[in-house]
Design a protein around this ligand. Structure first.
Ligand SMILES: C[S@@+](CC[C@H](N)C(=O)[O-])C[C@H]1O[C@@H](n2cnc3c(N)ncnc32)[C@H](O)[C@@H]1O
Ligand code: SF4
Length: 442
């Protein structure tokens, strides 16, 4: 059996082990043989409040740090074929789902606004007509980048019911932007944000990154202040991660220290400006509309992903297309997606089956890493057991002052929140760790 490191051992290495935005990570996914019928799989699920996600794997540039599933190959024939394939997939998936209601919808990427206007329209039509999502009644979020935003696209999105526009800015300092191989200029960013405001999105989110080459705490705070000029309802502060096969350098202790310093100062500034911290990365303005808070509950409800790069979740199975980061592999996977015969969309052939332990671990991870915290009573209602008996190591968090237990809810302390990325990785099961370690990044 491999040694399972203690939390303290992991913290000694780094506070930045991995961004755990879902569990398990795609590098723990493997081929499923024989494939699992979607009709059968979804018939066992509650389909009353699903999350619909459509992935657009196209970008105008490949940023030096990015390991998302995306390509810069965006010639119009290829993009048209991609959209047609998403429509074919949607038809089969909708038949498999039968009677299903969507409580939320998101278009992510990559960069959805890299699509031409008619392409964006086609994606919205797929959601509304093929998947029968009630776009005017549910929260809808779309990711965008500064150079791909224009008034026609924003007006279309707003007219079709999109209420959250999320823009990746990363930094307002031109030299920092250049160092991560992004193309946007400060004036483009200002124009994009002004247009987004004018288009009337109730929620605007700005993504910023710290730990960038050449960035100092002062220049970081300058970027946050520049973002605050637009009074965004949400701000995400992402620590830079550099992983294999992305274009930047390596991490070291000094880098950890500078990321922690940026995090602390950035957090203080946002709190002093009336933002509430929802998780290590997410801050919500007190003026954010109540309606923008999710109806969909990631703990209980399923996700239906369409497009190459999207994941789908049921309680027992997470599945997707194959995963890669290098441009060549991403293209192979995209070409295979476009050539997929209709009937192959009826089943899941790549993913991860969650056993009783991993379902519990996922529940703990998702609740503990947000301000909601891990409620023992809710956990017991869901699994019929006590979280501290299932996972006695949770009490280590309390001993290390990284979490406290109030009203049966385990909530991370300030020290815990800033170490979320290590606490998350520490909670992975042995099975997930081994699969992730054995995965050959392509
Ligand atoms: C899909 S992108 C946002 C939209 C658009 N593609 C863009 O970049 O402007 C999601 C966000 O994840 C964050 N991100 C991506 N890769 C990252 C990495 N290696 N380290 C830290 N943050 C990262 C960035 O802040 C980025 O804005
Ligand atoms: S950060 Fe955004 S624009 Fe840059 S490569 Fe990744 S998805 Fe594309």
């Amino acid at each position: 059996m491999t040694h399972r490191p203690s939390l303290q051992e992991m913290l000694q290495k780094s506070s930045y082990q991995a961004y755990v935005y879902s569990y398990p990570h795609k590098t723990a996914y493997r081929s499923i043989n024989p494939p699992i019928s979607l009709e059968k799989l979804w018939s066992e699920e509650n389909r009353k409040a699903l999350f619909l996600y459509i992935h657009i794997p196209f970008c105008e540039m490949r940023c030096g740090f990015c390991n998302l599933f995306t390509t810069v190959k965006t010639d119009s024939d290829f993009v048209t074929q991609y959209i047609n394939t998403v429509r074919r997939q949607a038809n089969r998936v909708k038949s498999a789902l039968g009677d299903a209601t969507f409580a939320r919808f998101a278009i992510g990427g990559g960069t959805p606004t890299q699509l031409p206007l008619h392409g964006l329209e086609a994606i919205l039509d797929i959601a509304e007509e093929t998947m029968e999502a009630k776009l005017q009644d549910i929260p809808i979020s779309v990711e965008m980048s500064p150079e791909t935003v224009d008034i026609n696209k924003l007006t279309l999105l707003r007219d079709r019911g999109v209420d959250r526009a999320s823009i990746g800015v990363q930094s307002f300092i031109d030299a920092e932007v250049l160092a991560i191989h992004r193309r946007q200029s400060a004036s483009q960013v200002d124009t994009a944000l002004t247009l987004m405001r004018e288009a009337g999105f109730p929620t605007i989110n700005i993504d910023l990154m710290y730990g960038l080459p050449g960035q100092t705490v002062d220049s970081w705070l300058q970027s946050i202040r520049a973002a605050l000029r637009f009074q965004p309802e949400e701000i995400y502060l992402y620590p830079l991660y550099v992983r294999p096969l992305t274009g930047l350098g390596k991490s070291d202790r000094e880098w950890d220290d500078s990321r922690i310093a940026c995090y602390r100062e950035g957090r203080s500034l946002l709190l002093s400006e009336g933002y509430t911290q929802v998780s290590m990365r997410m801050f919500r303005a007190n003026h954010a509309p109540e309606a923008s808070r999710p109806v969909y509950c990631c703990q209980a409800d399923g996700m239906v992903g369409l497009g190459c790069g999207a994941r789908s979740y049921t309680d027992s199975l997470h599945y997707s297309c194959h995963y890669a980061v290098s441009d060549q592999e991403v293209r192979h996977i995209l070409e295979a997606f476009i050539n997929t015969p209709d009937e192959a969309f009826d089943s899941a052939n790549y993913g991860f089956q969650l056993d009783a332990e991993d379902r519990r671990r996922r529940y703990i991870l998702l609740s503990l890493l947000s301000d909601e915290g891990l409620n023992q009573v809710n956990y017991c209602d869901r699994f019929g057991t006590d979280a501290f008996i299932d996972f006695p190591e949770l009490s280590e968090l309390i001993q290390l002052n990284l979490a406290s237990l109030n009203n049966h809810t385990l909530v991370l302390t300030q020290a815990g929140i800033e170490r979320s990325d290590t606490i998350g990785s520490w909670l992975f099961s042995d099975k997930v760790r081994q699969l992730m370690q054995a995965y050959n990044l392509k």
